[in-house]
Design a protein around this ligand. Structure first.
Ligand code: ARG
Length: 589
């Protein structure tokens, strides 16, 4: 069993049926069912419909009420105001549907019957360069979208399109040839991510200053680029050392971020080298691209520069070099024809939107993207400092991602230490990392990706408000109640549909019932923030329930059991939801 229809969807269907019976000419009309403060649900669909068909909305609503089947779902329904319906469902229906969710490992979230294949491009840092706060976003959002899509049953292939190719490697490789021991390690596997990055930084700076100061070196470096592009073996072997050194660093950062990356999914720009010439030939032969001042270009009616002159996508430069566009076009061919993707998703900064618009359009003209293949850039906004400007250090430099993560972990560890005095240092460190990294991820995921957001650690690790810490505490608090109940040895979580529910229990229950629908929406729209919003509301409703309804001290055994059941389902829903965001839920905090 997986699919558990929510009360809202069952109710929606019943009203829709009654509506089309009452008004056959309306066809399959949507009753527009919403959660409501007045009753459990409100349906507004009759208003617009009656207006459209020149009928009386209240009359229509009355007919719909008469047409609703009697049964154990609806406790009360009334026509209200100009003609909407207020509907209250029975307590038993709520408890029964939650029991069905609780009986399922997947909490009633269905697995797609016909899954597609999504190739998702995410977490794409650049070789020999430090990861900065922009790479936080493509890693965190990408990771969550992968988890959400996989949970719905979609086949997901990750591609980490790292920047591992380009003319700067000529300079680096040439320098390494002339200073051969600069990347040597004491022993295999002995180098940390930090050391690897500092080796690369040192080499980069040294080769850069030599390149700028010494014309003979500059010439040698330029020849080295040609060797690299020609696939000269010695040159490639040295290039590989830079890639390997960078990967040591990348993995250390991903590890800290608690994001799992698989080596076979790292297919950087260089991975498409063999396809570039063919991609260009195909584009030129089909007339999609044309030569313009020696360069191979694709033009667009709606892409113009400030003076109204057309701005082309350049697939091959006039010197014969291939750039970012040729690589992305080749990657599309690979992803569509070899990986058999029907969706291509790119988690990349919105500032690259024009690039992707032109690349997608070119691929459509070339016939590589057809109507059967969806190509989407999930563009994310900029991380801002407290001053509302792009996040920089006090010295005006880009912020190193590692520094930021370390600071978050430090702050969180202090809070954990403060709260739980009985924890050992090792546990504090582990939970501090889970809380700190969770806080950073949650802040990133809880606003819609396209928007910019302010990086504010004080807010992120706050115990109150829309933060992961608040959610983690809610989860840990529930675990502690469940533990206490187990220790007392009397009752555990058992659903009792015969019991009446308090208002706070109903509100919590109806929200729990929306989990599957929320996951579906987040997957459909690539919108982890919808899930984050749902979870925050879940924790808030739980807090209200906990304040209003004693659990272990409830008056009867049945009541204790039913409340423990609500606690348990809330915890499992929080845990599953947080895991889809890539955030841990420690059992104790
Ligand atoms: N490496 C690029 C950057 O750091 C992002 C690559 C995005 N992916 C792509 N297929 N172009 O900005």
């Amino acid at each position: 069993m997986a699919l558990v229809p929510s009360l809202a969807s069952t109710l929606n269907r019943r009203i829709a049926d009654a509506l089309s019976a009452a008004l056959p000419e309306a066809g399959a009309a949507d009753p527009l069912l919403r959660r409501s403060d007045r009753a459990d649900f409100q349906a507004n669909g009759m208003l617009a419909l009656a207006k459209k068909l020149k009928g009386n909305p209240r009359e229509l609503a009355g007919k719909v009420v008469d047409g609703l089947p009697a049964g154990d779902l609806i406790a009360d329904v009334e026509v209200s105001g100009p003609g909407f319906l207020n509907i209250t469902v029975t307590d038993a229906a709520i408890t029964n549907t939650l029991a069905a969710r609780a009986a399922d490992d997947r909490l009633g979230v269905p697995v797609k019957e016909h899954p597609g294949t999504t190739v998702i491009d995410w977490a794409q840092p650049n070789v020999a360069k430090e990861m900065h706060v922009g790479h936080l976003r493509n890693s965190v959002i990408g990771n969550s979208v992968v988890r959400i899509l996989e949970f719905t049953g979609e086949k997901v292939v990750s591609r980490h399109h790292i920047g591992d190719w380009g003319t700067q490697f000529g300079m680096l490789i040439q320098y390494l040839i002339e200073h051969p021991h600069e990347l040597d390690h004491k022993a295999e596997g002995e180098v940390s991510g930090e050391e690897a990055m500092s080796n690369l930084n040192r080499l980069y700076k040294a080769s850069r200053s030599l390149f700028d100061a010494d014309d003979a070196f500059k010439a040698r470096a330029r020849r080295r680029v040609v060797d690299l592009q020609a696939g000269d073996e010695e040159t490639l072997a040295l290039w590989q050392r830079f890639v390997d050194e960078s990967k040591i660093y990348f993995y250390s950062v991903f590890d800290k971020l608690d994001v799992e990356i698989r080596d076979e999914d790292i297919v950087g720009e260089s991975g498409y080298n063999d396809m570039l010439a063919e991609t260009c030939r195909m584009l030129e032969e089909s007339g999609v691209a044309v030569r313009s001042e020696g360069a191979l270009c694709v033009f667009f009616d709606d892409v113009k520069g400030p003076e109204g002159n057309p701005v082309p996508l350049i697939v091959q430069k006039s010197d014969g070099g291939f750039g970012y566009a040729a690589t992305d076009l080749s990657a599309i061919r690979d992803r569509v024809f070899n990986l058999k993707a029907d969706t291509l998703l790119y988690v990349v900064d919105v500032r690259q939107s024009l690039h992707f618009k032109m690349v997608f359009e070119t691929a459509r003209r070339a016939g590589w993207l057809t109507d059967d293949v969806k190509a989407v850039q999930l563009g994310f906004g900029t991380v801002l400092g407290k001053d509302g400007k792009p996040f920089k250090t006090r010295e005006g430099e880009t912020v190193r991602l590692v520094d930021l993560l370390d600071e978050a972990i430090d702050r969180a560890s202090a809070i954990v230490r403060d709260k739980a005095r009985d924890l050992g240092e090792e546990e504090i460190a582990e939970r501090g990392a889970q809380v700190g990294i969770g806080a950073v991820k949650y802040a990133d995921l809880s606003t819609s990706a396209a928007r910019d957001y302010k990086f504010d650690l004080d807010q992120m690790v706050s115990l109150n408000g829309d933060t992961s810490v608040y959610l983690q505490y809610a989860y840990a608090r529930i675990q502690s109640i469940l533990r206490k109940a187990r220790e007392a040895g009397e009752s555990g979580p058992v659903a009792h549909p015969e019991l009446a529910l308090a208002p706070a229990e109903r509100a919590l229950g109806l929200h729990l019932d929306q989990f599957a629908a929320t996951v579906a929406e987040a997957a459909e729209e690539y919108a982890p923030h919808k899930l984050a919003g749902y979870l925050y509301q879940l924790a808030s409703l739980y807090t209200a329930f906990y304040d209003q309804c004693p659990v272990l001290k409830a008056e009867s055994t049945e009541l204790v059991e039913n409340r423990l059941f609500l606690c348990d389902l809330t915890a499992r829903t929080l845990r599953q939801g947080m895991s889809l965001l890539g955030i841990r839920t420690p059992e104790r905090l």
